[in-house]
Structures are given as C-alpha cells and as structure tokens.
Design a protein around this ligand. Sequence first.
Ligand code: GLU
Length: 509
Amino acid sequence: MGNIRVRFAPSPTGPLHIGGVRTALYNYLFAKKMGGTFILRIEDTDQGRYVPGAEDYIIEALQWCGLTPGEGLGVGGEYEPYRQSERKDIYQKYALELVESGGAYYAFDTSQALEERRAAEAAKGNHNFRYDNVSRREMKNGLTLPASEVTRRLEAGEEYVVRLKVPNDETVTINDLIRGPVSFQTNELDDKVLLKGDGMPTYHLANIVDDHLMRISHVIRGEEWLPSTGHHVLLYRAFGWEGTMPQFAHLPLILKPDGKGKLSKRDGAKFGMPVFPLGWEGETPEDSFRGFREYGFLPEAVINFLAFLGWNPGTEQEIFSLEELCQAFTIENIGKAGARFDYDKAKWYNQQYIQRSENEALAALVRPQLAPKGYAPDAGYLEKVCGLLKERMTFLTDFWAVGCYFFEEVKQFDDQNIAKRWTPESRPVFEALLAVIEKNKSFAAADIEVSVKDFIAEGGLKIGQIFPLLRIALTGSMQGPGVFEMMGVLGREKTVARLRKAIDYFDAL
Ligand code: GLU
C-alpha cells in the first residue's frame, strides 16, 4: 500500500462533539498503525455556520486527548494552507476547469426562480423538487442557454453557481472498508452546487479538491457522510482523479445510553453526563456545558472508552494505552452497528485509570483543587494521600469529597454511629489506647496496627468496639481508607490531637 495519509476535517460550527473526537481518534490510530500521517484540516467555507472560538476548541480538544496531528493547521506541512477559507482561489479554479471539461455547468437560476419552481411542483403534488438531470433541462443554465447567452451573462457580472453534471442512468458503487459495497443510482442524485453565488465552494467541492491535492489515501468519517459519497465519487470521476480516489470507511453511529436513537448534544443535560470533550461557554445557559475534562475524567480514560465505541480488539483486553491502541487498531475490527454510549462504562474506565495512576501524577492533577481552599501541602504528603484515596475516586473531582480530612480538621462527626458504639466504659479504654498509639516508635501503619491489635487482645476487647470509633475520630465518618494507613500518613501529631479531641466529643454526646 502506498503512502497512508488520513485527515480529520471538522467544520468549526460549534464545539467538537464527542463523536468528532472518536473520528479523530480512529484516523489517528490508523495513521499510527500504518506508519502514515494524521492531518488536521479545517473546513470553514460555510461562513453562515462559522462559530468564533470553535477552531481553538478543536485544537485544544485534540491536544487534551493527545491526538497530535503530524501535519495540518497549527503544524504546517507541504500542502498549506490547511484552513479552507484561505484556499478559495484553488476551488474556484477547479470549479471552472470542471465547467470547461463538461463535468459541471453554470446555473443562473435565481433563488426566487427556484422557489417559484418548487412551489409550482408542490402544487402538482411533487414535494421533492430536485435540480437534477431531468429538471435541469427546463432551467436557466449552461446546458440550456446558447453559448453566446452564457458569455453575455458572465460578462454582465450576473450571479451564478456551478453545479455538478450528474450523468443519467448509472450506478456508482464504492467498496466501503466497513460496510462493503454501497451503491448509488445517479438518477436519484441532484446536480449539487459546487461553487456558490458568493464564489465560495460548497463542502463537496472543497472536500474533494483538498483530499485529492493533499493526497489523502483513506477517508474515515461518520456515517452521516455516507449519502454524500455517491456525489464524491462522481466528482473524482469528473476531474479524472478516479485512479487515486481515497478508500472510504464510514464509522457507525453513536447511540444514546438507552440505545434509542443517535446521541445528540442535548443528551448531556438529559442524562447528566458529558458529551463534549471540554467545557464550552455558549451564548445561553442551554448552550453552555461542562465537558469530560471538567467532570474530572482523565484523557487516557476518555480515549480508551471512545476507542471501544464501535471498535474492539477481538480479545478480552479492555485497558489500552494510546500506544497500545495504535498497535492493536484495524479498520476490519470496526463494527457496522451503532455503538451505545454507555456512560457507566466511561466511569469505569476513569476509575481504572485513576487507580492505575502513579501517585505523583495524580497529585499534580488534584493539586489545583487545594489551592482555592488555601492548602498547599508538600509533594510527599500529597502523594501519600493520593496513594490512599485513588481507589475511592471515580472522578478527579471526587478528591476533596473523599479526602478533605487529610487537610482540614473534621467538621462533622457521624453522631449516630458514635452513639451506637460509645459506652460509659469507653473513655478509659480509649485514653489508654491513645497512650499506646502516641508511644508507637516508628508510627508506620503496620507498627501501629500491631500495637492496637495487641492492646485489643490484652484487654479482651473486640475489634468492632475500637476500629469504627478510631475511624470516625480521624475522618468524621465510617468511610475512608485503612485506619492505620491513615494514621501513618497523618503522622503522630495530628493523629494524637484528633483522637484526643474526638474522645471528648464522643463522651459528651
Ligand atoms: N467538514 C466535514 C465535517 O464537519 C468533514 C466530513 C468529511 O470527513 O468528509 O464533519
């Protein structure tokens, strides 16, 4: 196989949807697997749908996910520029060439004329008027007007569009790498506009010209583009580029968590989950939301989760680093059926990745939560705390809720559980125990555990009388990591102070 070159070609019409990130990921993985190039191209020719900030969002989202383009916008490369709005002249030139060669034609019908025609058809019961290989015979275009008239109109500066001349009675077939053969009947395709009245190309023209000029070998994109592919093949053919046409792979849809229909951007609010990689400040509250990042996901977990939305390695392995995905990925293992956006699975992945994180890395990620609260613990302490808490977090944002007692005094005790366990005889027992703990030599978790267990055995006590109360004394609740590990991390001074304070509180309750 020749040089593998794939592109991710988003339109900056708003924040990048998580489905777009999956498309980028599959392109990236395929490029890496095949030793090819992953290109970022911005398709911004539809000025009416341009949203400021969307391009930066795309770049930041790819960066956060670790999907770094090898070529394209922000990186550079042989085929610059990679922003389509800066390539307007190129598309114009190709559109006019296509008119010359007979693959396309000028059309002068005004939008008003088209509207009238549409209305007239509707009055006859035809609600699907199309500008196609039949209706074009009755319209004002380069195929129906005499050549001199066409020249006159062009010279007079009359507005025109360029349309693709779709041939009659043909079947166009592509061999989709995921779906197999897919056919299109040309009699059902309209004569798509290629160049608009304002001189800007449509998506179809710009996309095909760029894929050709940028030597794209494989087009991997969402299923919603499959219906356009018939036109795309006709365009390659009209240009005489069929021999180097890329191969197509249309990815399966991403479905709602309940499997009912396509995942939409509104589903985030509906199901209480993120459907965008990063947060976005829109014009209205409904258009603003938190992304996977703000929910407290690790990008590695999001990538691993997304990789499995439509692909599987054919083995039982579920945890894959980006590098491992690059090794394992094949287009053959992408499914045709829609993939359910299973948010519980996303959370499971995040938990797995937090648990597997190095304490040092995790400490760096949670530290920003501490500064606004006025805490700046030293690195060693924070790392130890992370080591104890990482099994108890689903999101990075859980850190404070599961571990605030490592930084501040206990604010609230679980009175119910204290009342159940504290008896009039408890005070002397706990005072003696406190003395034992205070005297512990190393103050290492394992050593404290031995002293406390010896104390329990010697006094003929039960673990259930002691452990839960020690835990409540340190954290306020029955939750938390191993009680001796907590003591080891808190250290002698804090542990003793907390126990002393708790004994008074418990006794007074
Ligand atoms: N600009 C299109 C999009 O926004 C690209 C489709 C394609 O990959 O051909 O998704």
